[in-house]
Structure formats: C-alpha cells, structure tokens
Design a protein around this ligand. Structure first.
Ligand code: GH3
Ligand code: MG
Length: 320
C-alpha cells in the first residue's frame, strides 16, 4: 500500500491528482434547462454541480473543470450526446471520465448504442431521484477506485511525488502540447549534493527522510497546476514546466535552491555549506517537428553537471 503519511491530499502542488478531501464534481448536460434543474435538485446538496446546455460547452467544461462523472442527454441540437461521449472517450485526458446517459429514449437499441460509444450506464426519463442518486454513487465509487490505482502506479513510494514512469508519460504529453501551441517547454533536474556522504555519515534511514523533505520542498515551490515534480532516480528529481521560458525556469530553480537550503537539513560532510543543498540543471526549448523530448533531458543533465562542476548548490540553465 501507498504510504499515505507522506501524501498530503490537500496539497495540489505536491500531487495535483490527489484531491480526496474535496467535494466530487458532476457535470449535467441537457439542452433543456428544466431538465438540468430537475437533476440539479437531486445532486446539489452532495456534489459540486456544473451545467452545460450543448455538446461543445460540455466538452469545454470537462477539460476545464475535470468533473468526476457526466450525466449526459442524448438528443441535443448540433452535437448530440453520443458524439460528446465519443469525443470524451477518444481524448486521452478524459477517457476515464464515466458517462451516464439520461434520456427519454428507452428502446434497447438506443441503450446498446450508448453503451457501445463508451457510457457506463443509461437512465431513462422520467427518472426516480433515489435510483439516479444510487447509480451515480456506484459509478463514482468505481471511478475513484480506478483513480486511486492509477495514482499508485504513478507515485514514488518513498517520497510521495510522481515517479519516473509518470514523468516519462507526462513529458511526452507536454512535448506534444507545446508543439501544438507553439509555447516554450522547460525541464529542471535537481540532484542532491554529496548525498553518498550524507548516507555514510547519518545512515540510510536519515537519507530516506532527507529525500522526502527534498521532494516535498521542491513540490511546494511549484506555482502552476501544470507544473509537476517527479523522482527521476535515487537522489535526483525532475520538474516539467509547461509554457515556461528559460528565464522563468531559472528563476524557479533559484527559488528551489533557496528553499532546500532553508529546509536546513544538517549535512556536516558537504563541501558546499553545512546544510543539504541541491544542484539544478535547466533546459528550455520550443518543440517542433525536428526536436525530440529526449534532447531536453540531455541538455538539462548537461546543465546539472555544469552546476556540479562550478561548485554545486547552484543552478545552471540553457536554451537549446
Ligand atoms: P554529487 O554531489 O556529485 O551528486 O555526489 P552524490 O554523493 O550525491 O552522488 P552519488 O551519485 O555519488 O551518490 C548518490 C547516492 O545516493 C548513492 C546512493 O546510495 C544514494 N541513494 C540513492 N537512492 C537512495 C535512497 O532511496 N535512499 C537513500 N538513503 N540513499 C539513496
Ligand atoms: Mg548527488
């Protein structure tokens, strides 16, 4: 089991996916406001409810508000519910979002079709509030269990931040996203200075505890929801910073450097100073068809080694 004591579910910076303490979010989609109103009455007390009156609006809210479940009308002018569901299921970031159709159609073909395009359930109008409430609860339970499993696969057991596997997936995703939007993508790597000596002096358990402090300290410096920190290797951490130029990334690296020093983990064997420090390497580029995400990793590593060779406890950066 995941070591929950290392995770703070309220801390979005530490782990934006873990928000277990919050109210669950429902999106109700229907072109008739009176129908939305009826469902709203059923759920308003227990959930945070979003509403949309068209397919495109529903998709925009899904991307923006990250609902946990969608109650979707089938018949709507323009984009119908089947198409909305299809687009949700075709979107890598939305595909785990459960869709429940709520419709006046009760023919088996309509229901089968709804399930075939990826819905988890099909509720006929007029609905019974208690039944709708119970079914939604069941689907949310399953959804949250899935979320938890997915998170565990992507979280480093020692430090509670994302692991290498998640980093690899996220970097590929952010690379594609930056390519589409034409924005800068920055990568920062942070490596603990003289960590081997720390272990030798204070013991491996103290080393583990120090790594946890370093991880949470780095995570707390992140400012934007898209930023993420992961444990890249033993005592090395990597931060993906979307839509961030070299100046912004280097300034954040400076703040991380200062924050780690301020955490004041005594390290009497360090040649930098008497507390634990990190060296940071930053690389930034504008992805295009000719570039590879790996180039960013290589460049950030080179900058890290530059920071090490210049005396450690500092950040170096480059635009490539
Ligand atoms: P430098 O300043 O050049 O980075 O030197 P360093 O000693 O930090 O780097 P080196 O690569 O020589 O040693 C890294 C050490 O980190 C060795 C390894 O035992 C330790 N380490 C890696 N993972 C863990 C871990 O999970 N827990 C603990 N306690 N130590 C770890
Ligand atoms: Mg090191």
């Amino acid at each position: 089991m995941m070591q929950s004591k290392y995770l703070d579910p309220q801390d979005r910076a530490l782990n934006p996916m873990l928000q277990l303490g919050r109210k669950l979010r429902l999106l109700i989609v229907d072109d008739q406001p009176v129908n939305i109103q009826a469902l709203y009455q059923v759920f308003a007390a227990d959930y945070q409810v979003f509403m949309a009156t068209s397919g495109p609006q529903a998709l925009a809210i899904c991307r923006d508000k990250h609902p946990d479940l969608v109650l979707l009308d089938v018949q709507m002018p323009g984009m119908d519910g089947y198409e909305v569901c299809r687009q949700i299921k075709a979107d890598a970031e939305l595909q785990d979002l459960p869709v429940v159709f709520v419709t006046a159609h009760s023919e088996p073909q309509a229901e089968t079709f709804g399930l075939e395009v990826g819905a988890v359930d099909f509720i006929s109008k007029p609905f019974n509030p208690a039944v709708v409430r119970a079914r939604v609860k069941t689907h949310l339970t399953i959804k949250l269990q899935g979320d938890l499993l997915r998170q565990m696969v992507f979280i480093d057991g020692l430090t509670g931040v994302y692991n290498r596997r998640f980093f690899d997936e996220r970097l590929a995703l952010e690379f594609q996203r930056a390519k589409r939007s034409g924005t800068m993508l920055s990568l920062m790597v942070a490596d603990v200075d003289y960590f081997k000596r720390f272990n030798d002096r204070y013991g491996h358990l103290a080393g583990d505890e120090a790594l946890r402090t370093v991880a949470t300290t780095l995570a707390k410096q992140l400012k934007r929801p898209g930023d993420m920190v992961s444990r890249y290797g033993g005592e090395e951490f990597a931060c993906i910073l979307p839509d961030t130029d070299a100046a912004g990334a280097l300034s954040l690296a400076g703040e991380m450097n200062a924050a780690i020093r301020a955490a004041h983990i005594i390290h009497a064997e360090s040649d930098v100073c008497d507390v634990m420090t990190v060296s940071l390497g930053v690389a930034s580029f504008r992805p295009d068809a000719t570039r590879l995400a790996e180039e960013l990793i290589v460049a950030a590593d080179q900058q890290l080694y530059l920071a090490k060779s210049q005396g450690r406890g500092r950040a170096c950066g480059a635009v490539i």
